[in-house]
Design a protein around this ligand. Structure first.
Ligand code: NAP
Length: 271
């Protein structure tokens, strides 16, 4: 009797091991469980980076992103953190360094976004926006700067550490009405970007991405979306993939670029 052929199934995942591939670069994306952050994490993994993400409330989505990164054959880690809390950067650093021994790119994407009209804004709204959108990115950069510059070689432009901060097109001269706390916090992150671009050169580049719309805020009504779109020359809203492509450019290709802001708004800024 001829033995039955063993049924072989094609593996759907490339094998992953927890051992670092020699020379493999590592990225850390804050708020990487959903929307723009998830698209960035996956794009970087596709480009060959091992990726750590942070999340706060989206545990299930974070686990899904980790599985998707691992399916690409890259190492992945999800770190839970609340950036409104003091000590958050140290906590992320401890969790990250338990798993990874290098960091090449830090993407400060996590953000809080809510209206704060003058009539009702309270000090705690202002403090919360500043903590998550400006202070946490600053403290993360401070904590990770030694790692980000550890592989810097003046003869190799690709070796500079990379920081990408997500600001907003609305903090570059056309503020979003009724969002004073958010606007002020993202404007602070803009200045953090410029100041640290100077301070961390030449071993680390620090740039910002200022989206118009790359993923609609769920709170936006159909009327608000329509009104917004009337002034977009490229005649479509941006997507998380558009944002991820800009991050990959800054992280992977833009060796001679620091203290820059990429306006990712379909040209709306011009109108
Ligand atoms: N979407 C747009 O069109 C647009 C426009 C202008 C600027 N931007 C900027 O682009 C970036 C990405 O946009 P997005 O719309 O994808 O962002 P988002 O969905 O508003 O927020 C991204 C993540 O930030 C995390 N986060 C919020 N508060 C946190 C806290 N206290 N501690 C830790 N994590 C916290 C959340 O993680 P959990 O879900 O795990 O809680 C959330 O998933 C943001 O910096 C945003 O300001 C986006």
């Amino acid at each position: 009797m001829t033995p039955k052929k063993t049924k072989t199934t094609k593996p759907t995942r490339r094998p992953t091991s927890d051992r670092a591939e020699p020379g493999a670069k590592v990225a850390l994306v804050t708020g990487g469980a959903k929307r723009v952050g998830a698209a960035i994490a996956l794009r970087l993994a596709e480009a060959g980076y091992d990726v750590a993400i942070t999340y706060n409330s989206s545990a299930a989505e974070a686990a899904k992103v980790v599985r998707a990164i691992e399916a690409l054959g890259r190492r992945a880690l999800a770190i839970r953190v609340d950036f409104a809390k003091a000590g958050c950067a140290e906590a992320v650093y401890r969790a990250f360094t338990r798993r990874f021994d290098r960091l090449d790119a830090l993407v400060n994407n996590a953000s809080t976004f809510a209206p704060s009209p003058l009539a009702s804004v309270e000090r705690r709204d202002f403090d919360a926006n500043m903590a998550v959108n400006a202070v946490a990115p600053l403290m993360l950069i401070q904590k990770f700067a030694p790692m980000l510059r550890a592989h810097y070689d003046p003869a190799d432009p690709a070796s500079t550490g990379r920081v990408v901060n997500f600001i907003d097109i609305h903090v570059l001269g056309q503020p979003l009405k009724g969002y004073v706390a958010y606007n002020a916090s993202k404007a602070a992150l803009h200045e953090v970007t410029m100041t640290l671009a100077l301070e961390l050169a030449p071993s680390i580049t620090v740039n910002a991405i200022a989206p118009g719309v790359v993923a609609w805020a769920e709170s936006y009504t159909a009327a608000q979306r329509e009104a917004y779109m009337r002034r977009v020359p490229l005649a479509r809203p941006g997507t998380p993939a558009d944002a991820a492509a800009a991050v990959l450019f800054l992280v992977h290709d833009a060796h001679y670029c620091t203290g820059q802001v990429i306006r990712l708004d379909g040209g709306r800024w011009l109108t």
